[in-house]
Write a protein that binds this ligand. Structure first.
Ligand SMILES: Cc1cc2nc3c(=O)[nH]c(=O)nc-3n(C[C@H](O)[C@H](O)[C@H](O)COP(=O)(O)O)c2cc1C
Length: 262
């Protein structure tokens, strides 16, 4: 097996023993099954407000989602201003899932934050009570910048493609992202996982959600003052389920269509 950054990444933090058993004893499949089954997209909510501490806890749980390189290139905007909330709900084509939601959370991927977060990670390492392995420092100071830099106006894209293709003949290379589009996809993947955490967290507290991509993203960005580099991944409406809020039975196609064994 050839050596690469992933095979070498077993460089553990000194004093790692204290983290080794984090979560290891957890075993509660039934609770998870029930939670996953209980989450449905709900399109109408009552006037009942969700207590602040619950919204905060759900948002905190969203932030615990796994994410690429742990660079956390995401943002979650809880719309508190009644005016902004109303305008965003209108930009969601006034769908009831938005207009009746007591909470609207705009989930945003920020691929443009990767560089700042690399620096933040390195600064965080130096403040940890345990010693950071060299491989981790190298990852954020050298490898991540190499992989995620696409250059101004994608100027590096053709060079990265040629480099990856040529080197790829002889050894394995990380092929993506090579463009700002790819970087967007990269960031959206992680943000989507956080969205699922968020929705399951609300459900676990007895509240319902509806993820929405039915919105005019340009309008929403304008209302919220978001830059063009930000990608709105989805807007999550949350609240107490109203009668008639569930539009139909859960429909999923046969599992054989999607689950393959090779
Ligand atoms: C990315 C994404 C965007 C969605 N956009 C909308 C939307 O704009 N409006 C809506 O009513 N539902 C929306 N949904 C909800 C889906 O319609 C719903 O998840 C699907 O029908 C399956 O139903 P279930 O969530 O109850 O299992 C969206 C879901 C996802 C994941």
């Amino acid at each position: 097996m050839s050596k690469n950054v992933f095979t070498e990444m077993d460089g553990k933090f000194a004093g790692n023993e204290q983290f080794q058993n984090e979560g290891a004893d957890y075993f509660n499949p039934q609770a998870f099954i029930e939670l996953v089954y209980a989450r449905r997209s709900i399109r109408k909510f009552t006037d009942e407000k969700i207590p602040d501490h619950i919204v905060d806890e759900c948002l905190d749980l969203a932030l615990l989602a796994p994410n690429s390189s742990n660079l956390q290139t995401w943002e979650f905007y809880r719309l508190k201003s009644e005016q902004i909330k109303k305008d965003v709900a209108t930009a969601c084509f006034s769908q009831p899932a938005a207009t009746t939601a007591s909470e609207l959370i705009v989930c945003v991927a920020r691929p443009d934050h990767w560089r700042a977060h690399c620096k933040q990670m390195l600064a965080t390492f130096s403040s940890l009570p345990v010693e950071t392995p060299k491989s981790a420092i190298l990852y954020y100071s050298k490898l991540a910048p190499f992989v995620y830099t696409v250059g101004f106006f994608n100027v590096l894209t053709p060079f990265k493609w040629i480099f990856n293709t040529l080197v790829g003949f002889f050894r394995m290379v990380p092929r993506e992202p090579i463009s700002s589009f790819g970087l967007g996809v990269w960031s959206i993947k992680s943000c989507s996982l956080a969205c699922e955490n968020l929705m399951l967290a609300f459900r676990s507290q007895g509240y319902d959600t509806c993820p929405m991509e039915g919105y005019d993203s340009v309008k929403v960005k304008k209302i919220m003052g978001l830059p063009s580099k930000a990608h709105i991944v989805m807007i999550v409406g949350a609240g107490k389920r109203a009668e008639g809020g569930m539009y139909g039975p859960r429909i999923r196609f046969p599992r054989e269509q999607f689950i393959k064994t090779i």
